[in-house]
Design a protein around this ligand. Structure first.
Ligand SMILES: C[S@@+](CC[C@H](N)C(=O)[O-])C[C@H]1O[C@@H](n2cnc3c(N)ncnc32)[C@H](O)[C@@H]1O
Length: 441
């Protein structure tokens, strides 16, 4: 039996995510070029579907293999997960064909001796009736939605059990694809701009964002839109991320430091707002990410100046160089689980604590560069208060000369401390946190 390209591709993507701790959004975008459109669609559906149901699939594997899923070779476990996902969550694929293909795949990856095991587990597990035994409501939410119990408990205590369940459900939905125009678009002649505008505005599957100026929302990415993105004329960026960049642009008179800037989504949008009248210096710790940022700015023709730096250490700029500093801090990314479902399995309480310390250090360090009337904006794409409100509260205890203010957020989805918050379940965007700070007058 021949194994389809889509399934082989999904297998190699899932293995990379597991072994190299790669992010699904990045591996899928970078490794799907050679595939036919139909294969690409199925491979993405399988890879993301398996990641979104991983805990539940492993639970079923454990039930029918009589050994914990984490004691099974990762290559075999991935084959089992892909087959079980097709059997229980996709309609079009008959059970026998998913099982036969999984057995064939086991041979293909040189694990011939496990073929009998795979066959036996899948035949039994295909009879699973969907029942889940859970000791509590919270455990049921955790298992049904494949979110680690500790994380669901954390969201229950932050937002209440109903919201926690609602966030988990949203995290497993296919996110929309928001995008915007770029500086490269702005540089086109009027005729070329009108052709693109008409195409976007005339497409019934694309809407203007209801909350963010200049943002569009597409139900799915058509080839012509992908093509415009490859030419640097449009850029895919979540509405909430665009909103943060808009806030920075609004508060600045034209000189911005984006301290943690790669891949440059916000920096390139802020620079677009300035045209030739301002500049954005884009700091980044990792050289390879700084290079990717530089390339991104080049393609978009954005006036962004990348600098490789460590934002936790003394910075190579004079006090007062920038009127606005954005600290879009490295974070757990729990607000972006819709796009990178694997994040939920990687984050831990220890990681959150480490991030908190780093975030506070970045913010404190950046605050030393600010001039008297400057604005310091702190943001994350995390839902965790330890990375958000707690960082701001601790910062204000250390730096009593600073205060939080509302720069005119335009909407409020949770305005504790005068901050802006967005959520995947309430706003259908990534979950962002933004707080604006300035020196007391
Ligand atoms: C949340 S991402 C920034 C996203 C970016 N602002 C955008 O909109 O595209 C955080 C970035 O901070 C970088 N980073 C991590 N530690 C850093 C440090 N000590 N100094 C500067 N950047 C750092 C990470 O490599 C990552 O690229």
């Amino acid at each position: 039996m021949k194994i389809s390209r889509a399934r082989r591709h999904a297998y190699s993507i899932l293995l990379r995510i597991e072994r190299d701790r790669a992010y699904s959004s990045e591996v899928l975008a970078a490794n799907s070029d050679g595939l036919a459109k139909k294969d690409r669609a199925l491979s993405h559906k399988l890879s993301l579907g398996v990641l979104r149901k991983q805990m539940l699939l492993d639970h079923v594997v454990s039930l029918y293999s009589r050994k914990p899923a984490n004691k099974i070779d990762i290559e075999i476990l991935i084959v089992l997960r892909i087959a079980l996902y097709q059997i229980h969550f996709l309609d079009r694929i008959p059970d026998f064909s998913a099982i036969n293909e999984a057995v064939e795949m086991t041979r293909h990856i040189r694990k011939k001796s496990a073929a009998g095991f795979v066959n036996a587990v899948l035949r039994k597990a295909s009879k699973w009736n969907g029942d889940i035994e859970a000791a509590s409501d919270v455990e049921r939410i955790s298992l049904e939605s494949s979110h680690p119990l500790w994380l669901v408990k954390r969201w229950c205590s932050q937002f209440g059990i109903d919201r926690a369940a609602s966030i988990c459900r949203s995290n497993n939905k296919e996110p929309n694809s928001a995008f915007r125009l770029t500086s490269a678009f702005d540089a086109l002649n009027e005729t070329a701009k009108n052709v693109i505008k008409k195409r976007i505005e005339g497409d019934p599957r694309i809407e203007k964002s209801k909350t963010v100026d200049g943002a569009f929302v597409a139900a799915r990415i058509e080839d012509w839109l992908r093509d415009l993105s490859e030419k640097g004329l449009v850029y895919f960026q979540d509405e909430a991320s665009q909103e943060v960049a808009g806030i920075v642009a609004k508060t600045s008179k034209g000189s911005v430091l984006d301290l943690c800037a790669a891949p440059g989504s916000k920096a390139t949008l802020i620079a677009r707002g300035f045209a030739d009248a301002g500049f954005v210096v884009a700091g980044e710790y990792h050289l390879h990410r700084a290079k990717a940022l530089k390339q991104n700015a080049l393609v978009q023709q954005a006036r962004v100046f990348p600098v490789c730096l460590d934002g936790t250490r003394p910075l190579p700029f004079n006090v007062g160089t920038f009127d606005t500093i954005l600290v879009d801090a490295p974070c757990s990314g729990t607000g972006t689980i819709r796009r990178n479902p694997e994040i939920r399995y990687r984050v831990s309480e220890a990681v959150l604590n480490e991030l908190h310390t780093k975030q506070l250090r970045l913010l404190f360090n950046a605050s030393k560069l600010l001039n008297d009337r400057g604005v310091l904006i702190y943001s994350t794409c995390s839902l965790e208060s330890i990375e958000n409100e707690d960082v701001i509260e601790e910062f204000l205890q250390m730096q009593a000369s600073f205060e939080v203010f509302d720069p005119g957020f335009g909407r409020s989805a949770g305005t504790e401390l005068g901050t802006l918050r967005t959520f995947p379940d309430l706003n259908d965007t990534d979950g962002f946190f933004v707080s604006s700070l300035r020196l007391r007058g």
